[in-house]
Design a protein around this ligand. Structure first.
Ligand code: 13P
Length: 250
């Protein structure tokens, strides 16, 4: 079943210089009170730096990778295995982001294998789904979400301790466009229904992503079915990140 564990995940994508890490973690450390799981997903080379910054008293955030291989070892130049990500102290991994699907050709089946590998390595996957503008215009939003969920989770198998699903409508990512609260509520309710039969009793959370920012965070956070956010652009600066974090505390 869905659990109401609140998560704010910052996906830095291919942004932010290494020098920005210290400022970001100092700003977060001053505010974080532990009620909300704040997850930071930096580019790979900064994973260990973020793990070190987030350790010690008060653990201000946990760390995620933005992607992982669907292989654990072998002749796969340029790939990074889930076990390696877990080995540097990260706890989560984003799997199946729409940019991976559209720009790097990831299929639902590959995403399913990544979910499986990530789980085997002890990582909590942040499994991304979402419809394109074209499919939305054709009235195929829920059908698309169901297909993405069924294909990936039937490949991965269902035994997750905790799975995070991130609903990110592709047309809302980086565009400033948002799904309406009614659209978000409807999609999240449907996602809960699609995911639950695949999971062997494990818990899951459903995050929303796509142009989330301080000015719309309160309205979106007030939707019962929204367990938190996956944020790109607005997660790069401490102020805007906290501007989303604060309304989540309710
Ligand atoms: P934006 O918040 O920049 O729209 O990006 C959303 C996203 O893709 C997070 O993974």
């Amino acid at each position: 079943m869905s659990i109401r564990k609140k998560v704010l995940a910052a996906n830095w994508k291919l942004n932010l210089a290494k020098e920005g890490i210290g400022e970001f973690s100092r700003g977060i450390r001053q505010r974080q009170d532990g009620d909300i799981e704040l997850v930071v997903a930096p580019p790979f080379p900064y994973l260990r730096d973020l793990v070190v910054e987030s350790s010690g008293e008060g653990r201000p955030f946990t760390v995620a990778a933005q992607n992982c291989s669907d292989e654990e070892s072998g002749a796969f130049t340029g790939e990074v295995a889930p076990g390696m990500i877990a080995g540097v102290g990260a706890r989560y991994v984003i799997v199946g982001h729409s940019e991976r699907r559209t720009l790097f050709g990831e299929t639902d089946e590959m995403i399913g294998r990544k979910l499986d590998r990530a789980r085997a390595a002890g990582l909590v996957p942040i499994f991304c789904i979402g419809e394109s503008e074209e499919l939305r215009d054709q009235g195929k939003t829920l059908e698309t979400l169901r297909r993405q969920i069924d294909a990936a989770l039937s490949t991965a198998g269902g035994d997750f301790g905790w799975l995070i699903v991130a609903y990110e409508p592709v047309w809302a990512i980086g565009t400033g466009k948002n799904a309406t609260p009614e659209e978000v509520r409807g999609a999240h309710q449907a996602i809960e229904g699609f995911v639950a039969p695949h999971l062997a009793g494990g818990a899951f959370s459903v995050l929303y992503g796509g142009s989330v920012k301080p000015s719309n965070a309160a309205e979106l956070a007030s939707i019962d079915e929204v367990d938190g956010f996956l944020v790109g652009g607005a997660s790069l600066a401490v102020d805007t990140c906290l501007g989303i974090y604060d309304p989540m505390r309710g």
